[in-house]
Design a protein around this ligand. Structure first.
Ligand code: NOJ
Length: 521
């Protein structure tokens, strides 16, 4: 790429907590790399590719669940919060992974699933055994309605059935905001709070740097468990639950994390599709450090839509001095490469957006090589909620088994795996991987991009334009979000273009879906 060097090479402000200037990298262990030959990725597979991750230039791994689990929801149904499922390795493998990641300057964040357990978790096995079991109240049990219906009208979020299952053993129903194999814990019970705090301590003591907290906005519930009002009845409870009980619980979690050294961080999966409500889960700097915010993920690749997302986020988070996060892809949604129409140019421009916008970005492993969703035939479907496509195995090399121990993988390979892999792209300056590396290196060496303020230019038509400023240093990002060549009023010295061949000068014209970073200095 014939792009010029960044004009600023000062590192980020060391006084800031690491998670403010960091870039996260989500690993879905099952799909990352298999070292044993069972077609399922494992923690040794993550260890094998730590150099790739460090060379890419991200700062923190987020490992999706690797805990013992019957895998009804592929690990989000946890049967033991303090172990490693033998599919993925064992605690010694995990400890080695953390040590090796730390040795490369990478932080390690793990997924913590506080809202529910597996129905095979010993706590639930006990709870369901009798109405007077000491753990009965660790979950939400209610009598069925007099007509035999569920106790309330809540809908679960994976198959959209009732959020209640009748249990023959005791003739009562239990609540599950997800699958029936994922009963909700009752965080109104102090014993549950204490037991779940212990699970955090277990991993903090092992040296993890933080947690991605799964649907953590759900842990506080109205103890009356009332019906949803008629105007929202039929929507999944997940996107509706905004409760004061949760904020009190989050403050306790924050106190626990703050009692450890080293800025241990919590990023909450606050799946409320209203950015003001998401913002409230930062509290007054005393709840979650970061919250995922999903409306931008669901926005089209369109300049008006993104101006709205940026303004909405700034308006919601600004008054709280809360730091934003940005995510385009994860294990629950079609990858953005696929969502945006599989265009390489759009994916390249999206990379510039994600890595220059103000806030902490989280990449989803594979996006750095332009991975698309796999096409999953009906007989290959695993996930009851239809999310298999974005969980396809990551190809590392071009040949048939793509760097896995077998080519017989749990899900089919994504399209174009012979080219969309790290080995093929490694030394190609025009590759997606090279673009991600360049962007991440630029971000790391440019405080204006990693920690600076953002000023949105208005009325710029199909081009999204914003400035990032830190002290005297200003960078302007211009992203043509349309499929037609255009001109922009954005000006400055060219630092980087998303074009595969790069460009050496900038005269105010942008190719279709081209993004540029310009330096005012
Ligand atoms: C959100 C996770 O991202 C998703 O994969 C899971 O199914 C639900 N929470 C339930 O844990």
């Amino acid at each position: 790429m014939s792009n010029t060097e960044p004009s600023s090479t000062e590192p980020s402000d060391p006084a800031l907590p690491w998670w403010k200037t960091a870039v996260g990298y989500q690993i879905y262990p099952r799909s990352f790399c298999d070292t044993t030959g069972n077609g399922i990725g494992d923690l040794d597979g993550v260890r094998r590719h730590l150099d790739h991750i460090a060379d890419l230039g991200v700062d923190a791994l987020w490992l999706s669940p690797f805990f013992p689990s019957p895998m009804a929801d592929y690990g989000y149904d946890v049967a033991d919060f303090c172990g490693v499922d033998p599919l993925f390795g064992d605690l010694a493998t995990f400890d080695a992974l953390v040590a090796e990641a730390h040795g490369r300057g990478l932080r390690v964040i793990i997924d913590w699933v506080p809202n529910h357990t597996s129905d095979q978790h010993p706590w639930f096995v006990e709870s369901r055994s009798s109405t007077d079991n000491p753990k009965r109240d660790w979950y939400h049990w209610r009598d069925p309605a007099p007509d035999g219906d569920a106790p309330n009208n809540w809908i679960e979020s994976l198959t959209f059935g009732p959020a209640w299952t009748f249990d023959e053993t005791t003739g009562q129903c239990y609540l599950h905001c997800f699958l029936s194999q994922q009963p909700d814990l009752n965080w109104g019970n102090p014993e549950v709070v204490a037991a779940m705090h212990d699970t955090l301590r277990f991993w903090l003591d092992r040296g993890v740097d933080g947690f991605r907290m799964d649907v953590v906005h759900l842990i506080g519930k109205d103890p009356a468990l009332p019906d949803e009002p008629p105007d929202v009845a039929g929507l999944p409870h997940t996107i509706l639950n905004d409760r004061p009980e949760t904020h009190a619980l989050l403050r306790e979690l924050r106190t626990l994390l703050d009692s450890y050294d080293g800025d241990r961080m919590a990023v909450g999966e606050v799946y409320l599709l209203d950015t003001d409500l998401v913002a409230s889960h930062y509290g007054n700097g005393d709840e979650l450090h970061l919250c995922f915010n999903f409306p931008p993920l669901y926005a089209p690749f369109d300049a008006d839509a993104w101006r709205t997302q940026i303004s909405t986020t700034t308006a919601a988070l600004g008054p709280r001095d809360a730091w934003p996060t940005w995510v385009l892809s994860n294990h629950d949604n079609p990858r953005h490469r696929t969502r945006y129409g599989n265009s390489e140019e759009v994916a390249r421009a999206a990379a510039v957006l994600l890595l220059t916008i103000r806030g902490t970005p989280f990449l989803y492993a594979g996006e750095e090589v332009g991975m698309q969703d796999a096409v999953v035939a009906p007989e290959q479907v695993h996930d009851p909620a239809g999310r298999d496509g974005c969980r396809a195995p990551l190809p590392w090399t071009p040949e048939a088994s793509h760097g896995w121990a077998t080519d017989d993988t749990w899900l089919p390979w994504p399209p174009d795996a012979a080219a969309a892999n790290a080995a093929t792209q490694q030394d190609d300056p025009a590759s997606m991987l090279s673009l991600y590396r360049t962007l991440l290196s630029l971000r790391r060496s440019t405080p204006a991009l990693s920690q600076g303020d953002l000023a949105l230019h208005l009325d710029t038509g199909p081009v999204l334009v914003f400035d990032r400023t830190d002290g005297p240093s200003t960078f302007t990002v211009a992203i043509n979000m349309s499929g037609a060549d255009t001109t922009t009023t954005a000006a400055g010295t060219l630092v980087l273009s998303s074009r595969a061949g790069g460009r050496s000068t900038f005269d105010g014209t942008l190719d279709a879906y081209e993004a540029v970073v310009l330096s005012a200095g």
